[in-house]
Design a protein. Structure first.
Length: 262
């Protein structure tokens, strides 16, 4: 598999499908005692910066990064009216306190509330997912693990390159969605907004033995330029690492600062 991924990457490079350069960011991962990689697409230069060519093309579960296309599909189909429509909590206590309450779309995205998006999935249905995942060219498009679980460490997988390419199309509004859907989703994606930049992003965390997978993907608009990023880290599922969730963001922010983007 490793040799195949390398061949695909080289083939794409030689045919001009994209340009790329490799840069060593391993120190940031070693500092946190995690494996993983950082990947960036410089929209101006039309160039990928990758820490590991094989890892760039390796598919894993998207986990909650799938909440970006999931939100868009739900809005486009009208299964939820807008970012302010509230879905009632079912009263079932879950391990994150923030989930144990009524939610609207903007708070469900912010809190990464699984039950909320599982309800959206029931309303969307398998046929619509099959249609949209194909239209979006999103990952392996495999929903066989179940309507409410396929993105949660199960059948659906996606590579960092595919994550970046999807985000570029979202930014350019070249996906099959209305202007209204773009406006709402781009708004709820905002994590930081300063006089110098706007950061839109989503985290993800999947329990996929033998490793947990942690994602942080998004894009930054700054001084007329746009940069797309995807960070993915791993840890053994049985290893206690209380900062694992925060590590995704910290590694990303340090690298973006090194690159002069933040």
């Amino acid at each position: 598999m490793k040799e195949l991924l390398t061949f695909i990457f080289v083939l794409c490079f030689l045919t001009g499908a994209f340009s790329q350069k490799t840069q060593d960011f391993s120190g940031y991962f070693k500092e946190k005692d995690v494996e993983g990689g950082f990947f960036l697409y410089d929209y101006q230069q039309k160039e990928y910066i990758v820490s590991d060519k094989d890892e760039f093309l390796r598919p894993t579960s998207p986990a909650s990064t799938f909440k970006i296309p999931n939100s868009m599909i739900a809005l486009e189909l009208g299964v939820i009216k807008d970012e302010n429509e509230v879905l009632k909590w079912d009263g079932q206590k879950r391990f994150r306190d923030a989930w144990n309450a009524d939610h609207d779309l903007k708070n469900a995205y912010k809190n990464s509330t699984v039950w909320f998006y599982q309800e959206l999935a029931r309303r969307i249905g398998e046929n619509n997912y099959e249609k949209y995942l194909k239209l979006l060219n999103y990952g392996n498009q495999d929903i066989s693990a179940g309507l409410t679980t396929f993105w949660l460490g199960s059948s659906l997988t996606i590579s960092p390159k595919n994550e970046l390419d999807f985000l570029v199309k979202l930014y350019e509004e070249k996906l099959p969605f209305s202007k209204r859907t773009y406006n709402i989703v781009k708004q709820i994606m905002i994590q930081e907004k300063t006089p110098d930049y706007v950061l839109r992003a989503k985290t993800g965390w999947a329990d996929t033995p033998p490793n947990d997978i942690g994602w942080y993907v998004g894009y930054i608009e700054t001084h007329g330029k746009v940069y797309f990023f995807a960070t993915r880290i791993y840890k053994p599922v049985d290893k206690k690492m209380p900062t694992f969730g925060a590590d995704r963001l910290e590694i990303t922010n340090k690298i973006l600062k090194q690159l002069g983007i933040l």
